[in-house]
Design a protein around this ligand. Sequence first.
Ligand code: DNO
Length: 342
Amino acid sequence: MKLTWRWFGEGDTVSLEQIKQIPVIEGIVGTLEGKPAGEVWSVADFVGIKQTVEAQGLSLDVIESIAVHEAIKKGLPERDALIDAFCESIRNMGKVGIPVLCYNFMPVFDWMRTNLVYQLADKSMVTLYDHQAMLDYDLSQGFEARVAWAHGFTGEQVQAVLAEYSQIDEDALFKNFVYFLERVIPVAEEAGVFLAVHPDDPPWSIMGLPRIVRDAKSIQRIFDAVPSRHNGLTFCTGSLGTSPDNDLPAMVHQFADRIHFVHLRNVALTGFQSFYEVAHTDSTHIDMPAIMQALIDIGFEGPLRPDHGRMIWGETGRVGYGLYDRALAAMYLYGLWQGLKR
Ligand code: DNO
C-alpha cells in the first residue's frame, strides 16, 4: 500500500510542507476546489496540481473527486454532453499519468451528518449522524455547505431538488448509473485511469433520496453490469461500516480486484442507522486490524488514506480534515500495516 493524504489545494488549512513532515505519507489525493460539475478538467488543471505536489517531494496518486452532474444521475436529455465532458476529463487525467479517480453517485448530497461538532468525553470533536434527528430535521432550514459540497442549500432549494428526484427510485438511479458507466469505462480503459466509486455515506436513503452504493449486493450489481476492472471501488470503512450487516474483511476479499483506493476511518454505532466518528484506533465496532490484514491478504498495493479525523488540541479547520488527528491516524495505520506484514 501507499499512504496518501487528501489535500484540498492552496485553500487547505494544512500545507504540503506539513504533510511532507508526516514521515509515512508518500502521496497526495488532489482536487480542484470549486470546479463546477459538468466542466472539463484540462491537462493544465491536472499538471498544475501535479507540479505543486511533486515540488514537495510527494506524488499525485488520486483525484477525489470529479463531481458527476445531477442531470446524469437523473437521466435527463443533456446527460450525453455532460458524460462527454466527464470522459474528456478522464482522458486528460490519463495524459498526465494520474491513475485513480474517486467519485460518487449520491443524489444531491455527498456525505451527510446531523451534527458536525459532537463532543466526545475527551473533548475532541467529531461528526455524528442520528436517524431520528435526520427524520425530525426541518428541511426548510436548508443545509450549510460542507467539505464535500460545493455550496449550501436553502430550504427552498432542498424542496426543489427533492421534488426533482421524486420519480427516481433506486432502479431508475441504477439504470442511469449503468448508462454513465457504459460510456465512461471504455474511455477510462483507454486512458489507463481506474475509476473508484465512493460508497454512499451513510449507506442508506436520506430524505427519501435513492442511494445505491451501500453493501456487498448493491456493489456487486454495479460490477456485474460493467465488468471491467476499471469500474472499481473506493473501499471506505467509515461509510460501509455504519451498516452492521456489512462484513468489511469479507468485502475486501470479495472485491479484491476492484479496490483501487482505500479510506480508513472508525465509527461507533449507537443504534439503528446512527453513529459517530471515533479515533482510528478505536476498533470497538470496526475491526481495523482485521481490515488491514484482509488488505494485506489480497496484496493491495494501491493508495490508502486516513479518512476523517477528530478535531483535537484546539485545532480549527475543515470538519474531519484537520492535521493533528489524521497525522496520528497515518502513523497508527502505517504501524499496523508494517507489523502485520512482518
Ligand atoms: C468525505 C469523502 C467524500 C468523498 C466523495 C467522493 O470526506 O470521503 O466526500 O470525497 O464522496 O466523491
